[in-house]
Design a protein around this ligand. Structure first.
Ligand code: ME8
Length: 526
């Protein structure tokens, strides 16, 4: 699609040590909504996701499962691919770090970094040996001062992961020389890290001084080989971060790389900010490449108030959620319930309240009432409006202003605000139905009834078009009932010019948002 330029958005690539859960689905959902919104808004979008398959953590999981790492990663990576269909995600590429295109890109990036000198005129990469702490669960190195003492004299990282002492020959990246360049980059690009609390956190971490970073391992071999040194595999985070440019054809810097880099947005969870906002821009600057435009770190989900973890047995499976509540209901809930950027809690009650209250009652009933009245009282055709009153115009003006406000919210990744702005109009439309009482006008003033129903159906058209990125199937069903063709569903069709044509025949309406009516849970709903 033409028009508004390019938009490149990425999810983290997920470790294949685990099955996909609600947290993974959440990050990818946020990206899918943005990708869909930008496509409908005329952008040329590339939406990348995939799996992170190397490193000690994955190698250990494969060994524990008694399977060779490649077969193990093939199996688990497929679970992540399957999740895309379950959640109705429209990604453009799925990258696996064991693919040849990626190994090639990693080695090229390593060479580019090594070929340049640091701002202080030293080699960016040097060989030494590492003696220090490493947490396999985080695949991260920690300084002694960051750790606390756990039971049995174990050392615990701030994430809660156990750290172990590691001593081995290692190549280092001269991160300490990049401190000033990074601070200058943050200063010049105040929107680079969001939300602002994360920006401050990263800035003070870098201001506190940076240690050189160990970027190779020798104690296992499940990774990308360091160029010209077969004893070393690359540190899994250097390997993993490179995926964002592998997918654009790097080291070739023409083609997709030229079209899409720097990325518009790397969406990540708050657990991996440091890697994306410190290490990644430093690697790129060292290689003479541009850092991404923005990194957004969202919050974490808990389950009924508890941290989600395999050992607590409370992992939320997105497949079960979708089977129970419906795809669009889950998509809506995850982005509506919690202000994006904050931590959130999943509960059955909260899910049912949103689903029954906002989807079935507010939006679903609005469409169903209006379309049924048109079906019964207007020969099932879009009615012919007469002169518009101030109230009619007010509602239409609100519908017309929605595109701008939703786009503004989404450019700040304020998904909850975008949905709230749509629901302000849903509620205004419901208030208008009650105030205008078209059922009473049927006998008293049928022409006025037609005007009111026209204003409502045109408002519903706007709501359904704008809510598509969040709830693609339900909105498609609603737009089908308005007889709006596939090519008339993008945002260029919003506003007066493409308004519904009076006389268009409409099919018999059907409810789009079912209520949650599980007998066992009867009485719990809104
Ligand atoms: O960190 N709530 O992969 P990972 C919200 N391979 N989001 C959650 C979550 C929760 N409870 N749990 C996980 C890695 N996430 C690396 C990334 S990128 C170059 C390499 C989401 O499988 C969140 O986005 O541990 C988090 O950042 C990501 O899953 C971590 O996935």
């Amino acid at each position: 699609m033409a028009g508004n330029g390019s938009y490149y958005i990425t999810t983290p690539i997920y470790y294949v040590n685990d099955s996909p859960h609600i947290g993974h689905a959440y990050t990818t959902l946020a990206c899918d909504v943005l990708a869909r919104f930008k496509r409908l808004d005329g952008f040329d979008v590339k939406f990348l996701t995939g799996t992170d398959e190397h490193g000690q953590k994955v190698a250990t999981s494969a060994r524990d499962a008694g399977i060779d790492p490649q077969t193990f990663t093939d199996n688990v990576s497929q679970n992540f691919r399957d999740l895309l269909g379950v959640m109705n995600f429209q990604h453009d590429d799925f990258i696996r770090t064991t693919e040849p295109r990626h190994i090639n890109a990693c080695q090229a990036l390593w060479r580019a970094i090594a070929a340049n000198q640091s701002p202080k005129g030293q080699d960016n990469i040097y060989l030494d040996s590492y003696g220090g702490w490493y947490a396999v669960r985080d695949e991260a190195f920690y300084a002694e001062g960051e750790l606390t003492d756990g039971p049995d004299g174990k050392k615990i990282a701030p994430s809660g992961a156990e750290a172990e002492w590691v001593e081995e020959p290692s190549y280092f990246f001269r991160l300490s020389d990049w401190q000033d360049a990074l601070l200058e980059f943050y200063e010049k690009n105040p929107d680079f890290i969001a939300p602002v609390s994360r920006h401050n956190e990263v800035k003070s971490f870098v201001e506190g001084g940076l240690h050189d970073l160990s970027i190779s391992r020798t104690s296992f071999d499940w990774g990308v080989q360091v160029p010209d040194d077969p004893d070393h595999v690359m540190y899994v985070w250097l390997d993993a971060l490179t995926n964002y440019i592998t997918a654009l054809g790097y080291p070739d810097q023409k083609g997709e790389y030229a079209a899409y880099w720097p990325a518009d947005l790397h969406m990540v969870g708050k657990d991996i900010v440091r890697f994306h906002a410190v290490y990644w821009p430093a690697f790129l600057l060292a290689a003479g490449l541009e850092p991404p435009k923005r990194v957004y770190a969202h919050g974490w989900w808990t389950n009924e108030g508890q941290k989600i973890s395999k050992s607590l047995g409370n992992v939320i499976d997105p497949v079960e959620l979708v089977e129970r509540y419906g795809i669009d209901q889950v998509r809506y809930f995850l982005l509506r319930e919690v202000p994006f950027g904050n931590d959130g809690d999943f509960s059955h009650q909260a899910m049912v309240n949103r689903m029954n209250g906002e989807l079935a009652n507010d939006f679903g009933n609005l469409a169903q009432r209006v379309l049924s009245m048109i079906n019964k009282n207007c020969e099932a055709k879009v009615p012919q409006p007469g002169d518009l009153t101030g109230d009619d115009q007010d509602l239409l003006n609100q519908a017309h202003a929605l595109h701008g406000s939703a786009a503004g919210c989404l450019d700040r990744q304020a998904f909850h605000e975008a949905l709230e702005s749509i629901w302000v109009v849903v509620r205004a439309a419901n208030g208008y139905v009650d105030a205008q009482a078209p059922w009473a006008l049927r006998k008293e003033d049928p022409d006025r009834m037609k005007t009111v129903l026209y204003v409502l159906v045109e408002t519903i058209r706007h709501l359904a078009i704008l809510a598509q990125p969040f709830m693609p199937n339900s909105c498609a069903a609603m737009l089908d009932q308005l007889e709006i063709g596939e090519s008339e569903r993008n945002f260029a069709n919003l506003g007066l010019e493409q308004a519904l044509k009076p006389g268009t025949e409409l099919p018999k309406p059907q409810g789009v948002f079912p209520r949650f009516t599980d007998e066992e849970k009867a009485g719990e709903g809104a």
